[in-house]
Design a protein around this ligand. Structure first.
Ligand SMILES: NC(=O)c1ccc[n+]([C@@H]2O[C@H](COP(=O)([O-])OP(=O)(O)OC[C@H]3O[C@@H](n4cnc5c(N)ncnc54)[C@H](O)[C@@H]3O)[C@@H](O)[C@H]2O)c1
Length: 347
């Protein structure tokens, strides 16, 4: 019998859907309100495996819509806000959409949580808020929760706004907020505009792999299963250990773009001659990496998926799920079409 209701926004996206699938597996007493606007990035096929579970309810709605948000949050003990515009390259073209959803949408959720009263509100922020991973003196090292926020893209800046707004709702009104800043996620069901699924999709189709600049920019990679286990640990932790806190989440698996391109071509069995260098992204962050010692120390959480294993499984998933990919491509998203042909890889 379900006893605890939770609102998961952005539930039809890449990480939100992984979270819904994993939380329904891990916590049998939880009932999930999966809330999503179903933008180009939302996909109900990502939730097909839980759609018939009586503990699952889907609501199509916009987090900027105060009434819809309140109606869905009523009676919920937990809120996890994944809903966002998430692609750095799109934020360079259309920053307004990011300010609206990532900042105003977070505000509407926080306002509803303040008036309705919830037990925990997890704001899914990102390591992008730090800008380049470095110490205050400019030495390159993984970001700490205490580092200054120096976001470089409109996406990162919008997320930083929501991150601090959520914190202020704890500091000012006592809303039980926890902010998480996770590194780059990978795994099944990721929309193929982002770096790894874009490379995998193109490699499987024997198309060129577009690599930004000299390919040396690095990111810190974590499998969605590990991100989700960290979030479950945060939701279940005693209030005094996590509320009002910021936690980095990462698996200390740094790779450059060119290393990823080579690894994927190796796994797919295609030649490195498919690698094509393209003009660098504007404001491209050299290095994102997080130090997650605080989370490990506080809750004993540890990542379990090694990047090489996770990448092999992810490549196999895209190879074994051509229908999922075909349905995504059939939507004829112009931005995605351009990215897959040549020229973009992201988060
Ligand atoms: N992907 C990563 O590597 C990564 C890393 C750290 C943090 N994050 C954060 O995690 C969250 C999820 O990222 P993702 O990669 O799954 O993104 P995604 O783009 O795959 O999914 C975003 C989801 O939000 C929904 N959405 C967008 N605007 C909405 C609105 N106004 N109202 C309701 N729903 C809306 C979309 O339909 C989609 O289902 C985001 O907040 C992102 O900033 C992502």
């Amino acid at each position: 019998m379900a006893s605890r209701k939770m609102l998961v926004t952005g539930a039809a996206g890449f990480i939100g859907s992984a979270f819904v699938r994993s939380v329904m597996r891990a916590l049998p007493d939880v009932e999930v309100i999966a809330f999503d606007k179903l933008t180009y990035a939302g996909n109900l096929e990502n939730l097909a495996s839980v759609a018939h579970d009586p503990r699952y309810h889907f609501v199509q709605g916009d987090i900027c819509d105060a009434e819809a948000v309140r109606a869905s949050m009523r009676g919920c003990a937990w809120v996890v806000n994944f809903a966002a515009e998430t692609h750095v390259d799109r934020s360079i073209v259309d920053p307004g959409a990011f300010v609206r959803t990532d900042v105003i949408g977070a505000y509407e959720l926080l306002e509803a949580a303040r008036s309705l009263g919830v037990e925990r509100f997890v704001q899914i922020s990102t390591d992008e808020v730090y800008g380049n991973a470095e110490s205050p003196s400019g030495e390159s090292r993984p970001s700490l929760e205490t580092d200054a926020l120096k976001p470089l893209s409109p996406y990162a800046a919008s997320k930083a706004g929501a991150d601090r707004l959520a914190f202020s709702y704890w500091a000012t009104y006592g809303v039980p907020v926890v902010v998480t800043r996770c590194s780059n996620n990978y795994g099944p069901y990721q929309y193929p505009e982002k770096q790894l699924p874009l490379f995998i999709t193109n490699a499987l189709a024997e198309r060129a792999i577009p690599v930004y600049g000299n390919g040396q920019n690095t990111r810190d990679w974590i499998h969605t299963d590990d991100h989700c286990s960290a979030l479950v640990a945060i939701l279940q932790a005693p209030e005094d250990k996590v509320v009002g806190e910021v936690f980095n989440i990462g698996a200390s698996e740094e790779r450059s773009i060119i290393e990823n391109a080579r690894a994927i071509l190796g796994l797919v069995g295609e030649p490195e001659s498919l690698i094509t260098f393209v003009n660098d992204r504007l404001g491209h962050v050299r290095r994102h990496a997080v130090d997650s010692a605080k989370l490990q120390r506080t809750l004993g959480w540890q990542p379990t998926v090694k990047f090489d294993d996770g990448l092999r499984e992810t490549v196999a998933w895209y190879r074994d799920n051509p229908e999922w990919l075909a349905h995504v491509l059939a939507r004829r998203d112009e931005f995605l079409g351009a990215a897959l042909a040549l020229g973009s890889q992201g988060k």
